[in-house]
Every structure is written in structure tokens, then in C-alpha cells.
Design a protein around this ligand. Structure first.
Ligand code: BES
Ligand code: MN
Ligand code: ZN
Length: 502
């Protein structure tokens, strides 16, 4: 990990010692002459072999110093027809930063190509620039609780772009966004022996010293008073007791005459999911430390929104519990009464997310916001359906589904709309309670979403996002291979920033 400094590149470039320059060349008819030109610009001498390879199959070329500075030049060959997407620069730059992580480089000069070549792929020039900055932060992320700490070196990154003002804005804004993303990832990657509901609440409190943010935590007594029987039941098997965490941003502005829009964001906060009495198989169970990813995204999102001062009222709602087997656990067959008054028949204690969300969504509805979005690592079935890098979005509001899909393509936090037909309700029917927490194997992600719908006021616009896949590490880009990913923070920030609530 580097201690990063990201700056706008000066017109007159000064290469200090230990510098690397990075440039992108288009794979077109002019590639050979561009390459010869590049040799002159950087005062480097490429070998015949290097040139031949780059003009042929290789799409990266590293050349060391010939006479002058920088010490090293890295050229990437971009083929827009072949492998380009809005994630291209984010992923390339992230890969580069993690690659040079152990090297002695101290100055990195990145030459951003002209936006006009890419305008069809990005919503704006500023967003195009932001993907480079995102890549830098992503490539630099690191999590460990080792005794031996790696020494942290400084890296200054200079970004050269056509538009100075926009790149400067992109750097400052993206730095806040990625700080939020990294905070989300730190919460997700923390092990469950350190991070249990009470500790999650403490860490979230510490994230906010902003006057406009108010963090409230309901302990067991408060949960009982509020009759949050779903959250209490799921948390009851653990020594670490459940909490409900409420993060309120811009609450007072919401009350004024000039009415601003309000959104409630609900995040599943299961700090460890053993399955409870319906215990999970041991293989891969350690991944369930990340079953509070929805909660972590809510906290990171509120961090970003409050630090960038968005003119909306946002309430983050986090039901947090540890799902454990013990003598005090809820059992299959139990019937729970939730805060809404509705009863749940517990058929499988491993379908615990939907139970705690029933109390979270009920709390959200009682605030009567303009929009509710919940995020949850809810079902393995959603990962079976869409793969590990895409989230399912469940909503009856087609416009909302479309906007989230579109923003997902920009941010490369991709979501895919799933059906919400009412016929699926029959899967959750119970003889003895209002609803059963298990819908069966087929369409498991959908029956889970339909279960949640029982606890949402139909008059309020609502989307459920199942992030069971993309919350965790996967191989689909250069920046999500190792750790829990923070998926959802950039997606929802971008949705709200680009006026999604209007
Ligand atoms: N937390 C899991 C879902 C999950 C699975 C998240 C894989 C991330 C990766 C959830 O609580 C769960 O256990 N779901 C069950 C539901 C089943 C019992 C109906 C599942 O998906 O198997
Ligand atoms: Mn579970
Ligand atoms: Zn779970």
C-alpha cells in the first residue's frame, strides 16, 4: 500500500527521480507512427523486438530509460472495438498500481487520452476522468491484521488531461467517494471475532463527526420496546447481542419549507452467518463474515453523501445481528412477531437476512420516504442466477430498475432486473403465520425478494438489491480479486448524485 498523493499534472512536465510515465495508444492504422512519435516524446529507444511485439499481439510495453527521464515508460495498447468498456481504465490503472506496489517508484505520470475518443462510453467527461482516479484508489487497497506491517512508501500520481478544471474536480470528488468505498471494505473484511453488532455500531459512530449526521443505536431493551421481534430472534443465539443502527443525514433540512427529497437505505448487517440451528456446511463458511456487506455499504454511502453535501435527506437503517447456533437460538418451527405486527414462521434459520430486514424495512416505511432501497447478501440463488459479479435488482418500478441498470453500466457495479410477479408470493405461504421464511429452491432469490415485499408499504417506491455475489471477491476485473469489494457504494452514490431522486 502506498501513501497516495494525486495531483493535476503541470503543463511543463517535470520528471523527478524514480518516475514512471504511462500512456495509452490506439490500435489503429497509425499505431506504428504513434509508437515512433512516443519514442521521441519520452526520449526512449525501443528495440525491434519490443516494437514488433507491441504492433503484434502484446498490449503492454515497458521501456526503461535510454537517455533522460522518466526512468520507465509503460505503453498500453487500447482497442476500442475489442476489449473496451467503461471499466477499462479503472481496471487497467488498478492493475498497474497493485503491480508496482512493491517497487521503488515514487512518481507516476499518467497521460489521460482525449475524451472525444471515448464520449460514447461515458456519461460525461468528468466521469471519464473519475474512472482513472477510482482505479488508483482501488489498486492501492489493502487489508491485513499482521504483526509485521509492510512499510508504507509515498507515491505521487500526476494526471494529465485536456481539461484541467474537470480533472481537478474529478480528483477531489473521487477521493471522497473512494474513502467511503474503502471504509465499507474495511468493515466487510474485518473478521467476525472483532466485528459483532455492538462493534459495528461503534465503528459506524466513529465514521461520522459531521454536524449534519446523527447516529442512533438501539440496544436490546430498545429493540424490545419497539417490538422488533425479527431482529431479536435472529440475534438471540449469540453472546453478541443485536443492534439497530440508524444513520440520519440532513434530517433537519428535510423538515424545512423547501421540501427536499428523502431516501431510506436499509442494509443487512449479519456480522456472521453460521446458519444458526439450520447450520451451514463448514466449507466456505468463513465468507459469511461478509454477510454484513449491505450494512457496510449503507455506512460508506452515508459517509460519501454527507461529506459531499448532497441536497437530500438520507436515512441509513442497519439491523445487525450474529446468526449462531446455541441453546437460546431461534428454532425451525418458531413463529416470530415482527415490528409491523406481521408474523413469520421460521422454516430455516439460515434464511435469517429476510427476517432482520422485515424490521428494518418496517422502520423505513414508517419514515414515509420518497424511496426505499435495501441492500443485502441475501441468497446464494442470486449468485447462481447472475454470476458472482452482478447484483439482482428487484422492484416493480420499471423506471427505477432501468436507471439503476444504466448507472450500473457506468460504474461497473452491474445490476440486472429480476421479476417481481405476485404469483411468486405463494412460495412463502404459511399455514400458521402471515408468511414463511423459506420459499424453496427454485427461484430462491425471487421468493426472498417477495418475502421482503410483505414488509414494505406498497405506496412507497422500493428496490431490493441482492449483492450476495458482487459483495465478495471475484475475478472479473483487476480490483476485486482479493477482498470484499464495497460493491454498491459507487452505484447508489452515482444514482443519487445524478438526480435519481428527482
Ligand atoms: N447469507 C446467506 C446468503 C449468501 C450465500 C451470501 C452465499 C453470500 C454468499 C443467506 O443468509 C443464506 O444463508 N441464504 C440461504 C437461503 C436459503 C436457506 C433459503 C441460501 O442462499 O442458501
Ligand atoms: Mn443465512
Ligand atoms: Zn445470511
Amino acid at each position: 500500500m502506498f501513501k497516495l498523493k494525486i495531483l493535476t499534472g503541470e503543463k511543463r512536465i517535470q520528471y523527478k527521480p524514480l518516475s514512471v510515465a504511462v500512456k495509452f495508444l490506439f490500435e489503429d492504422k497509425k499505431l506504428e507512427s504513434t509508437l515512433n512519435n512516443t519514442e521521441k516524446i519520452f526520449n526512449i529507444k525501443l528495440s525491434e523486438l519490443q516494437k514488433k511485439n507491441f504492433l503484434g499481439k502484446n498490449d503492454v510495453l515497458t521501456s526503461s530509460r535510454y537517455d533522460g527521464k522518466p526512468d520507465e515508460v509503460i505503453l498500453y495498447k487500447v482497442n476500442k472495438e475489442k476489449d473496451f468498456s467503461p471499466d477499462y481504465f479503472r481496471s487497467k490503472i488498478a492493475g498497474l498500481i497493485s503491480q508496482i506496489n512493491k517497487s521503488e517508484v515514487r512518481n507516476l505520470h499518467i497521460f489521460i487520452p482525449s475524451f472525444k475518443n471515448f464520449s460514447e462510453y461515458f456519461s460525461s467527461e468528468e466521469y471519464f476522468y473519475r474512472t482513472f482516479v477510482e482505479g488508483i484508489y482501488y489498486g492501492n487497497y489493502y487489508f491485513s491484521i499482521k504483526k509485521e506491517k509492510d512499510d508504507v512508501k509515498e507515491l505521487t500520481v500526476f494526471l494529465y488531461a485536456d481539461n484541467d478544471e474537470l480533472i481537478e474536480q474529478a480528483i477531489s470528488m473521487t477521493s471522497v467517494i473512494m474513502k467511503g468505498v474503502n471504509k465499507t471494505k474495511d468493515l466487510q473484511n474485518a473478521p467476525s471475532n472483532e466485528l459483532f453488532p455492538e462493534e459495528l455500531a461503534n465503528r459506524i459512530k466513529k465514521m461520522f463527526d459531521n454536524e449534519k449526521v446523527d447516529v442512533k443505536v438501539f440496544d436490546e431493551a430498545a429493540l424490545e420496546k419497539r417490538k422488533m421481534g425479527g431482529l431479536l430472534a435472529v440475534g438471540n443465539g449469540s453472546e453478541h447481542k443485536p443492534r439497530m443502527i440508524i444513520i440520519d443525514y440532513n434530517k433537519d433540512a428535510g423538515k424545512g419549507k423547501k421540501k427536499i427529497k428523502s431516501i431510506a437505505v436499509v442494509g443487512k448487517g449479519v456480522t456472521f452467518d453460521s446458519g444458526g440451528i439450520s447450520i451451514k456446511p463448514s466449507q466456505g463458511m468463513s465468507e459469511m463474515k461478509g454477510d454484513m456487506s449491505g450494512a457496510a455499504v449503507v455506512a460508506g454511502l452515508l459517509y460519501v453523501i454527507s461529506n459531499l453535501n448532497l441536497p437530500i435527506h438520507v436515512t441509513g437503517i442497519i439491523p445487525a445481528a450474529e446468526n449462531m447456533p446455541s441453546g437460546s437460538s431461534m428454532r425451525p418451527g418458531d413463529i416470530l412477531t415482527t415490528a409491523s405486527g406481521k408474523t413469520i414462521e421460521v422454516d430455516n434459520t439460515d434464511a435469517e437476512g429476510r427476517i432482520i430486514l422485515s424490521d428494518g424495512l418496517d422502520y423505513a416505511c414508517k419514515l414515509n420516504p420518497d424511496l426505499i432501497i435495501d441492500l443485502a447478501t441475501l441468497t446464494g440463488a442470486c449468485v447462481v442466477a447472475l454470476g458472482s459479479h452482478v447484483a439482482g435488482v428487484f422492484t416493480k418500478d420499471e423506471e427505477l430498475a432501468q436507471s439503476l441498470f444504466k448507472i450500473g453500466m457506468q460504474t461497473s457495479e452491474k445490476v440486472w432486473p429480476m421479476p417481481m410477479w405476485d404469483e411468486y408470493h405463494q412460495l412463502n405461504k404459511s399455514e400458521v403465520a402471515d408468511v414463511k421464511n423459506l420459499g424453496g429452491r427454485w427461484g430462491g432469490a425471487i421468493s426472498a425478494a417477495k418475502f421482503l415485499e410483505n414488509f414494505v408499504n406498497p405506496k412507497i417506491k422500493w428496490a431490493h438489491i441482492d449483492i450476495a455475489g458482487p459483495a465478495g471477491p471475484h475475478e472479473f476485473n483487476n480490483y476485486n480479486k482479493k477482498y470484499f469489494t464495497g460493491f454498491g457504494v459507487r452505484l447508489l452514490f452515482e444514482y443519487l448524485y445524478s438526480g435519481g431522486l428527482k
